[in-house]
Design a protein around this ligand. Structure first.
Ligand SMILES: *Cc1c(COP(=O)(O)O)cnc(C)c1O
Length: 484
């Protein structure tokens, strides 16, 4: 692996990336008069064109990304995003429209938003959606605020939110931010909600159950209808974290199973590259009882025209400026339209097939604490490799040497030494087999040559770091001797 130097380090005095003919007109002085102009930029890099191009091209390839290869980061849905969606999102009419433009000038944009809301209602089985939240976690908070607003109006906002131990970590934070105390519900041996524990804890102090479904073990909550009955019987709401809808699309509609509020991550299930911190979109869908509280403005179709309705006395207000991350919605709409109803169903079928193929192919080499058939992801642990002193981090780091991005590690917390693998629907069997082969080789190495795992990765730009020091005291450039 070649060390990529800083551009300042490949600088040679006098080099230029371009050549222009000598001026054949008089030089005009003072064009910049009145402005502050630096005489000199110290150490300004002087490089040739080819050096610039190679430097930045190499840097662009130093980072692993989903356009290079398999990226099995569980719970993140790092899938390939079709380029046609990017094309749609970069159309001038979308990119250049101003969020303050009057309704009359942005009818097309409003139609995009309204159609996406309608498709989400159809896919999730809900009565209405808001597209405002910018992320899954913000969708959760919005959903909890809707529940609180409704309960407040009924006379008592209640105090507690129930959350299973297999929930996504953002769920308890969102409930807490919304002013609720979080009570944990246990999983049973199959990795789903323990109905007895739920029934015991479901009192009239409980505002809602927040259910990640499929949960973070990748397991579908088979008893969701019973769960809904238990929660509804005490006047509570069933919130579903639907960030990983790619396990369900076209097959199961949460609304039909008794879910009252759901958020969906467009940036996971419905295209949009993510992982670098955004932009995202976490639309929230609700049943009729919660519609009055949705954030303003609501987009409505009045005859042939689209209009923004701000006149909603019970609204919780805005949760984000303007209409959310509009271009993420454009990508999602392009995705839905290119796939159509059959394609939407195929998302879930292939995501689930791929995950189970991996689970079955590796269940001899790697321990599975919960052996239930999974949906879109499966969770192995390092229990077998631990006998040779190998931990999940050693396995993850060694995968880098085999050209694969490591899976999610040490999450969910209920599986000690977890390796959470989500292949997504976009991987071919060939790519899945490359991953499975690498994992098998690593299992072999753990027995025969554990040292090679302990010191991995060996072929990456950055070797094994002390992660605490790296986080607290990051060294972002190579040490170098000062050039004379
Ligand atoms: C990713 C994820 C979230 C959080 O979504 P963000 O957009 O990162 O805020 C919540 N729940 C589940 C199950 C997720 O996978």
């Amino acid at each position: 692996m070649i060390r990529e130097l800083l551009i300042f380090e490949i600088s040679d005095k006098g080099k230029r990336a371009f050549g222009l003919p000598k001026l054949d007109v008089p030089v005009k002085d003072n064009v910049l008069e009145g402005l502050t102009v630096r005489e000199d930029i110290p150490d300004f890099p002087e490089v040739s064109e080819v050096e610039i191009v190679r430097h930045f091209t190499r840097l662009s390839q130093a980072n692993y990304c989903v356009d290079i290869g398999f990226y099995p980061l569980g719970s993140c849905t790092m899938k390939y995003n079709p380029k046609v969606n990017e094309r749609a999102a970069s159309l001038a009419g979308f990119v250049s429209s101003h969020p303050l433009a009057p309704e009359d000038l942005v009818q097309g944009n409003l139609e995009v938003l309204k159609r996406m809301e309608d498709y989400l209602c159809e896919i999730a089985g809900m009565d209405a959606f808001t597209l405002q939240p910018s992320a899954g976690a913000q969708g959760e908070l919005t959903g909890m605020m809707l529940i609180r607003a409704c309960l407040e109006e009924r006379g008592n906002p209640r105090k507690i939110v129930l959350i299973p131990d297999s929930a996504h970590g953002t769920n308890p934070s969102s409930a807490h931010l919304c002013g609720y105390r979080v009570q944990e519900i246990k999983s049973n041996q199959g990795g789903t909600v323990d109905l007895e524990d739920l029934a015991r804890n479901m009192t009239e102090d409980v505002a809602a159950l927040m259910l990640t479904n499929p949960n973070t073990l990748g397991v579908f909550e088979w008893d969701i209808k019973k769960i809904a009955e238990i929660v509804h019987a005490k006047g509570g709401f069933l919130y579903m974290d639907g960030a990983n809808m790619n396990a369900l699309t076209g097959i199961c509609r949460p609304g039909d199973a008794g879910v009252d509020v759901i958020h969906i991550n467009l940036h996971k299930t419905f295209s949009t590259p993510h992982g670098g911190g955004g932009p995202g979109s976490g639309p929230v869908g609700v049943k009729r009882a919660l519609v009055p509280y949705l954030p303003v403005p609501l987009i409505e179709k009045r005859g042939e025209r689209y209009a923004l309705n701000f006149d909603r006395p019970k609204t919780i207000g805005r949760v984000r400026s303007f209409y959310g991350n509009f271009l993420v919605v454009v990508r999602a709409l392009a995705y839905v339209l290119t796939l159509g109803p059959e394609g939407i169903k195929e998302i879930a079928e292939v995501a689930v097939l791929n995950s189970n193929y991996i689970r079955k192919s590796l269940d001899k080499e790697y321990h599975l604490k919960y052996d239930s058939p999974t949906l879109h992801e499966c969770v192995f642990s390092d229990k077998i490799q631990k006998e040779n002193g190998i931990l999940n981090i050693d396995i993850a780091k060694r995968l880098i040497d085999y050209g694969v991005h490591p899976p999610t590690m040490s999450f969910p917390l209920i599986v000690h030494g977890a390796l959470m693998v989500e292949p997504t629907e976009t991987e071919s069997k060939r790519d899945l087999d490359l991953f499975i082969d690498a994992m098998k080789k690593i299992a072999q190495e753990a027995k025969e040559n554990p040292e090679i795992l302990k010191s991995a990765p060996h072929h990456s730009y950055v070797r094994r770091l002390d992660e605490t020091t790296a986080a607290r005291n990051p060294v972002l450039k190579w040490e170098r001797e000062k050039k004379s």
